[in-house]
Design a protein around this ligand. Structure first.
Ligand code: ZN
Ligand code: ZN
Length: 223
């Protein structure tokens, strides 16, 4: 492919972890990456398999979260940032390789958490959507852009308390018109690159469950 050859020339394959040439993540850095311990998406405390604690269950809340890496870990952060700014699918596949998870659910749709349009980069790359495509083809679950972002929000890092973050995000997502009335009893998997405070995913879950969804899980590359 001539186009790929040009891309390789302009953006040579170098490891995001150590800078060595040849691949986007060298074997050594990949081996140093550990899969992260799972947490409950509602309270952020540890939870076996990422299931929401029974004490944290909430009518519109998430039912569980699958996270792959620890965002604080330097190589994991380089991978997540490499995907966000480096617009390559190959790195996504490498990052997801060997990761297995079991939620006990059979999902109907996989939904990328939408970005506000100007946060997408110059190629219109949305890392949540790209990640969704790769995960969707692995799980054989169709990827659908069921949610739309209605307005932008302040950067969540500026928000100090959980309450501030939830207020900031409240009303930011809506179920697209063509999906209204079609989500009853559906089992959905939200996908995003990073689960930090989790306010975005919890708000998405709320909108989907209000629209009739029965189960909402999240999958994030890192937390
Ligand atoms: Zn490396
Ligand atoms: Zn909990």
């Amino acid at each position: 492919m001539i186009w790929e050859a040009i891309i390789d020339f302009v953006f040579p394959k170098v490891c995001v972890g150590c800078g060595i040439g040849g691949s986007f993540l060298c074997k050594e850095c990949k081996n140093r990456l550990d899969f992260v311990d799972q947490i409950c998406p509602m309270c952020g405390e540890g939870s076996l398999m990422g299931w929401t604690h029974s004490r944290c269950k909430d009518r519109y809340g998430m039912d569980g979260l699958i996270a792959i890496y620890e965002y604080q870990e330097p190589i994991a952060r380089a991978v997540v940032d490499g995907i966000k700014y480096g617009f390559n699918r190959e790195l996504i596949s490498i990052a997801l390789k060997d990761f297995r998870f079991e939620t006990g659910e059979c999902f109907d749709f996989l939904i990328p958490v939408p970005l506000y349009f100007y946060r997408e980069n110059w190629r219109g790359f949305n890392q949540a959507r790209e990640l969704g495509e790769v995960v969707g083809s692995k799980l054989l679950v169709p990827v659908e852009n069921i949610l739309e972002r209605k307005r932008n929000t302040k950067q969540q890092v500026m928000m100090k308390t959980r309450e501030e973050r939830e207020n900031n995000i409240s009303g930011a997502f809506v179920v697209g018109n063509e999906w209204k009335g079609k989500l009853r009893k559906k089992k959905l998997l939200l996908v995003d690159d990073v689960f930090t405070s989790g306010a975005d995913m919890r708000e998405c879950s709320k909108m989907l469950k209000k629209a009739g969804a029965e189960v909402v899980w999240g999958l994030a590359l890192a937390h």
